[in-house]
Design a protein around this ligand. Sequence first.
Ligand code: SAH
Length: 231
Amino acid sequence: MKRFIASGSEGSLVYIEGEELRHLKARRVKVGEEVEVFLEGRHYLCKVQSLDKRRCVCTLLEELDLTVPKPYLFVYQCVPVELKTMDIIVELLSQVGAYRLIPVLSRRGFNKREVIRARVERWKRIAFESLKQCGRPKPLEIGELVSIEDLPPMHRINLLLDNFGEGKLMKELDFTTVEDVGLVVGPEGGFTQEEAKLLRKRGFISVRLKPYTLKSETAGAMAVGLIMNLA
Ligand code: SAH
């Protein structure tokens, strides 16, 4: 079903305008067609009532379920020096079914806090665009920036994607009954020995992905994809 973001509503009518209206027209939506609409964090099935230059008016038919599949995957991504790579990471993690992406400051990663914070709105927009493509019920959430030293192992299972070739394989872990999983992914240059040691000491379980060394964006997406399909 085609999905759009509403700009407003009145009673049982919702309006699609501006950029979203252009998308809607490009996708050749017709009067009478049913579409999915996001409005103020909720998700509805709607029917197109009228369509003109200025806006598309839809009637609300029913509210749709926003339940997301478990486990909820919290990805702690060390921000790569090449900051633009984060755009790809948002897009990939959204598709494979991560729940929240939390940017992390690490020794070999990008370290300018204010620049990272200024990018959050852009990442949220990318997550929203991706939701329309992949059919997930809620956008990938973008969390608050944290430093790697401040990362507690706060999920049911806490994993460290270890670039030192140590660790378990995903299939050795049981994800079938867990509610949430935390996954720390290193930047392009990897974790330093000290960072990896600190996280292992705190209780993060090292995992390795077979057979080769992956780029940071590939590693995170592959790990999430594996977990979502083993759970
Ligand atoms: N240049 C680094 C590799 C960094 S890869 C080195 O040689 O050590 C970037 C990040 O992706 C790593 O920190 C790790 O979190 C993850 N990663 C890449 N390949 C991986 C693999 N095969 N197993 C586990 N994690 C991996």
